[in-house]
Design a protein. Structure first.
Length: 244
């Protein structure tokens, strides 16, 4: 199986401070990879580097076989993402927001079927002409996920996708991601502060601390090493890092 994401000593500095440091990462095609780390650990910056939204200070990233600096337009066309707070046209409906997104992405055919499928997958198929300005936080988050998948990308990058979702919404998200990976072969890279959810969703997990990828493991390996699973492993790795 080929790798969808490959980074080699990827580094990004802001005003002399390295936020991402020498990250070498591989994410297999069709897999779900979870990234965990404290606030400010570098997760969002790493995602932006993969999408070509930021240029690396050193190292390189290859996504879907394309260089993140030289071929970022091709990467963005083939990737769906949710990074930071999603922004919509507030006066428009969910359908119209997705229609504009598809037009921007250059997709003209099968628009209605793509939009209907995406909204059904996230539980927003009954919103009709209701403007996004009337949506709850959870509904806006689900619309952001629908926008990320509506063009049926090869790679999906989600930064804290469970934000604003209630327990039923989080469970539905888990099922959606599993289906996209298993049935459609989509590669998914996500971050989350909900460690128990990462254990149920991701096949492989990486711990990012102060910009460095400290350790990678499967949920099963975490359970075998520590009774508390991923949460205990994360705490121990972080504490070990603080003592260095």
């Amino acid at each position: 199986m080929s790798d969808t994401v490959i980074t080699r000593q990827l580094t990004r500095a802001f005003e002399g401070r390295e936020v991402v440091k020498d990250v070498s990462l591989r994410v297999e095609q069709g897999s779900i990879y979870g990234l965990v780390g404290r606030n400010g650990a570098g997760k969002t910056t790493l995602f932006k580097l993969l999408l070509g939204m930021l240029r690396p200070s050193a190292g390189r990233a290859q996504v879907l076989g394309f260089d993140s600096v030289k071929e970022k337009e091709e990467i963005l066309r083939r990737t769906g993402s949710l990074i930071e707070t999603p922004v919509f046209y507030e006066h428009l409906s969910a359908v119209d927001n997705l229609r504009l997104h598809l037009a921007y992405m250059g997709f003209s055919g099968e628009m209605d079927s793509r939009i209907g499928d995406a909204l059904e997958r996230v539980g927003l198929s009954d919103t009709g002409k209701q403007p996004v300005s009337a949506f709850s936080l959870g509904m806006r988050q689900r619309l952001a996920i629908a926008r990320a998948i509506v063009h049926r990308p090869e790679l999906l990058i989600l930064d804290e996708p469970a934000n604003g979702l209630d327990p039923l919404g989080i469970r539905a998200l888990r099922g959606l991601l599993a289906g996209l990976a298993e049935e459609e072969g989509m590669t998914i890279l996500l971050s989350s502060h909900i460690l128990s959810e990462l254990e149920k969703t991701a096949g492989r997990i990486g711990i990012l601390e102060e910009g460095r990828l400290l350790e990678e493991f499967s949920p099963k390996e975490a359970q075998e090493r520590f009774p508390g699973g991923l949460e205990e492993l994360f705490i121990r790795v972080a504490e070990r890092r603080e003592k260095l």
